[in-house]
Design a protein around this ligand. Structure first.
Ligand code: SF4
Ligand code: SF4
Length: 211
């Protein structure tokens, strides 16, 4: 018997990966970034530029250009291995079948973990925050050692702008509800869980009470 391609793509039956036509009439589309859109990915990339561009220029000017390879290597490790395990493996976007992640932030990274429908644990949340702080803070020691204090201030402003834009536009609409930065209201979370029984069961086993 032939497998339906839509079902094969969506082994956990999550609505985020159902055919778009099945979303007709769902009011959550106004509240959540629950389906992949290139525009959301572009917005995420743009929010990181105020950190990335002055960070790269500043490290080169400070005489630590070769250390950018360390930043790149850490970013690849973080997005593919560490963050992917503690944060992304709990995200509905990670539940799509296939070896490559399609989502509005880490799009295109290899998926090396299995999908975990339950919420993040406290240890995972702490690891995510520590790992993110290392990623965003990486250029500062080099800028300071190289005396590039002006660039350090510009990168610091970029970090503030990145977090502010993320919180304002993405975290308030993201379907990875257990992320420590997520700010989707509980009634919206409940409505999404009611549409996704695999997640709802895992969340309720972890102590969530669906209203
Ligand atoms: S919550 Fe699910 S069903 Fe509703 S619009 Fe989003 S992906 Fe579609
Ligand atoms: S949307 Fe965020 S949490 Fe979800 S898979 Fe992408 S990067 Fe990870």
């Amino acid at each position: 018997m032939e497998t339906d391609p839509a079902e094969a793509r969506n082994p956990y039956g999550l609505c985020t990966w159902q055919p778009a036509s099945a979303c007709n009439g769902c009011s959550l589309s106004d509240d959540l970034d629950c389906r992949f859109k290139w525009g959301d990915l572009g917005y995420f990339m743009a929010t990181f530029m105020p950190v990335g561009i002055p960070g790269v220029i500043g490290m080169i000017r400070a005489g630590f250009g070769w250390y950018l390879l360390g930043w790149l290597g850490y970013a690849l490790f973080f997005f593919t291995v560490w963050e992917a395990r503690v944060l992304c493996s709990h995200c509905p976007y990670y539940a799509e079948a296939g070896a490559i992640l399609h989502c509005h932030a880490n799009h295109g990274t290899p998926k090396i973990w299995r999908y975990r429908p339950e919420p993040m644990s406290t240890a995972e949340k702490v690891q995510f925050l520590v790992g993110t702080a290392i990623l965003l803070g990486f250029p500062f020691p080099f800028l300071i050692l190289g005396g590039a204090f002006g660039m350090a201030l510009i990168v610091a402003a970029g970090v503030v702008s990145f977090i502010w834009s993320l919180k304002r536009q993405l975290c308030s609409r993201c379907v990875n509800f257990s992320c420590p930065l997520n700010s989707v209201p509980e009634e919206i979370v409940d409505e999404y869980l009611r549409r996704n029984p695999v997640m709802r069961e895992a969340w309720e086993k972890s102590g969530w009470v669906t209203g």
